[in-house]
Design a protein around this ligand. Structure first.
Ligand SMILES: O=C(O)CC[C@@H](O)C(=O)O
Ligand SMILES: [Zn+2]
Length: 608
């Protein structure tokens, strides 16, 4: 087999990697041979992973790489850690499935598109993965009386967005399902605008025609907010990925909503700044989606909420009118702060098309300590001591329990870097002086170890080791997804009771649950409580809900600390918000979207 010209092949974030990834329609076809494979790793300076290869046959391209374990499911978390986007340069023989389909030559990552037609015939499901139940079948939800998309509508959209109106059933199958594979809609059209003006024209048309719309960014949400419930039109921000400006004195970044968080991070890092937010899904999530869900993440403790760091927004309202507010001002008390309405509104009040955000100076020194703790009381005391000792350089305080660590080991093959303990804590410092920061951290660790708060610990300063320690925390979601069906709860609770619900649920559920784990952003009072089981069961669900919500409400906590309500949690808003607040929210929705076409069935509960 002679070498041929390189082709650029892009796999969407949820592409499954079995022991072999097969993009062909006839997996039985004998391979033609092995070819070297270049997997761009993150960080970019890391060398391409050696030993990877693709197997190419006339109708199948298969991937093997040490970066991915057999049976790996390619989740956004994984993408962020190991490959910004799985963009493969493949030398293909003539006639191979990918040949001639994706355009010649390497594309820059920002031009990679989520669901190119070249993926016809590919599957985003792991081999043998069960089909996701249709949301309309699993949940008691009624379609609202919106119009259905007609041939005339499609023609109108095609006129607005030539070549970017997608009706291919295989492409639609992928964008109708959330990445957790927990909800599935049945939209028949995906629109891919590039500009605010195009979004405006689309919404003006949908408003006139009473067509429902489901805005979609990177589709990495946790609550089913970014996929349709029925046949809503999917409005993707994937092609709205231009950086509009960056000011290297103020650190203000202005960009379109579809920019991928990790790419924005690279852009500003080259200029001496970092993004004020970081999350496991950074390799796939879009900044517009982050804003629309008010994503919290790993830097919240240090830089606070997007409600503070977003300086301005451009939003297209339900009727197509554009609210231009891309301010770069840090202070502006002229009237109501309207952007706050759209931050965290999950696409139900308007579609965010561009964002102005304050970036923060890139720290000169970053240290990560991974520590073992003998009990939850010691975790809390370590946090208290940490704040007192490390002060302004503390940038993250995360925790996980021993069961999380076991699952990360079992499903991802990551080993625990410290002596086995009931709890683990990840402490990050970020400051401006290497010597000063390490002196402070060392003093803190010595005292915490000698006073019995810690059982063991390890510290990393070198980037690869820092990332390896972060992986133990960031990849828990991925490990859980491999453990079975996952019931997810994202709770804000008083710190002193943050973990109590975990042992309580273990006792309550007994062998009905495979695992009940607790981890999360302890520094923000945010527990991620996850329960895994062999499969979804209404009986187990009934043992969990409303119990978890009542338990949380009794402690004046929040039933959604940072993931939002989306479709799956919308009916529990009442555990955290009083009826008067809910009524005002409904009035605001009615004012901004009188026909209710924007992301229907999400965020606000269905009226009884
Ligand atoms: O999967 C979850 O429950 C949490 C995901 C994410 O918010 C995290 O902090 O890792
Ligand atoms: Zn989180």
């Amino acid at each position: 087999m002679g070498p041929t010209s390189p082709q650029d092949l892009y796999l969407p974030p949820r592409t499954a990697l079995g022991p072999l990834l097969s993009l062909g329609t006839s997996p039985g076809t004998p391979p033609l041979g092995l070819l070297p494979l270049l997997v761009p790793t993150s960080p970019p300076e890391a060398p391409p992973c050696p030993g990877s290869h693709v197997r190419v046959s006339p109708c199948a391209v298969e991937l093997q790489s040490p970066l991915f374990a057999p049976g790996d499911a390619m989740l956004p978390w994984r993408v962020s850690r190991w490959a910004m986007q799985l963009s493969l340069q493949v030398a293909c023989p003539p006639g191979a499935l990918v040949a001639g389909k994706s355009g010649a030559g390497a594309r820059s990552p920002s031009m990679l598109v989520p669901w190119p037609p070249s993926l016809r015939g590919s599957s985003s499901l792991p081999t043998g993965a069960p089909e996701v139940a249709l949301t309309a079948e699993r949940y008691p939800v009624q379609r609202l009386p919106f119009s259905e998309v007609t041939e005339e509508d499609l023609a109108a959209f095609e006129h607005m967005l030539p070549g970017r109106v997608i009706t291919d059933p295989e492409v639609l199958a992928a964008v109708n399902v959330d990445w957790l594979r927990s909800v599935r809609g049945c939209s028949r059209v995906l629109l891919r605008p590039r500009t605010t003006e195009e979004v405006s024209r689309i919404l003006r048309h949908c408003h006139q025609r009473n067509l429902a719309v489901s805005p979609q960014g990177g589709n990495t949400g946790m609550v089913g907010g970014s996929v349709p419930v029925f046949d809503e039109i999917i409005l993707s921000t994937a092609l709205m990925n231009r950086i509009l400006s960056f000011h290297d004195v103020s650190g203000t970044l202005v960009c379109q909503a579809g920019c991928v968080l990790e790419q924005l991070g690279r852009h500003v890092e080259e200029r001496g700044f970092i993004m004020p937010l970081d999350l496991g899904a950074k390799g796939s999530c879009h900044i517009g989606g982050n804003v629309a869900t008010n994503a919290g993440g790993l830097r919240f403790l240090r830089y606070g909420s997007l409600r503070g760091t977003v300086l301005g927004l451009e939003v297209v309202l339900a009727d197509g009118s554009v609210l231009s507010g891309l301010s770069s001002l840090r202070k502006d008390n002229t009237g109501y702060d309207l952007k706050q309405l759209f931050i965290g509104s999950e696409g139900t009040l308007g579609v965010v098309t561009a964002v102005s955000i304050a970036c923060v100076p890139r720290p000169q020194a970053v240290n990560v300590a991974f520590l073992g703790c003998p009990g939850f009381q010691e975790v809390l005391q370590t946090f208290r001591f940490c704040k007192a000792q490390l002060g302004e350089i503390l940038s993250a305080f995360e925790f996980l329990d021993a069961e999380c660590m076991q699952l990360v080991g079992r499903h991802l093959g990551l080993s625990c870097p410290v002596r086995g303990s009931p709890f683990y804590v990840l402490v990050e410092t970020a400051g401006s002086s290497v010597a000063h920061d390490s002196e402070k951290l060392t003093a803190f660790l010595e005292q915490a170890l000698s006073s019995g708060l810690l059982t063991d610990g390890t510290v990393a300063t070198e980037q690869r080791r820092v990332q390896a320690l972060w992986a133990l925390r960031e990849r828990i979601t991925e490990a859980l997804s491999r453990d079975g069906y996952v019931y997810k709860y994202d709770l804000s609770l008083p710190l002193e009771q943050l973990y109590h619900l975990v042992p309580d649920l273990r006792a309550r559920l007994g062998p009905r649950a495979r695992h009940v784990v607790g981890y999360g952003h302890l520094g923000d009072g945010n527990l991620h409580l996850n329960v895994t089981a062999e499969a979804y069961s209404a009986e187990l669900c009934a043992a969990l809900e409303p119990y978890v919500y009542e338990w949380t409400a009794a402690r004046r906590g929040s039933v959604s600390a940072e993931h939002g309500l989306g479709f799956r949690k919308k009916d529990v808003i009442g555990y955290s918000k009083p009826p008067a607040a809910l009524e005002l929210m409904r009035q605001l929705k009615g004012l901004l979207d009188p026909k209710g076409i924007l992301n229907p069935y999400k965020t606000l509960p269905t009226r009884a």
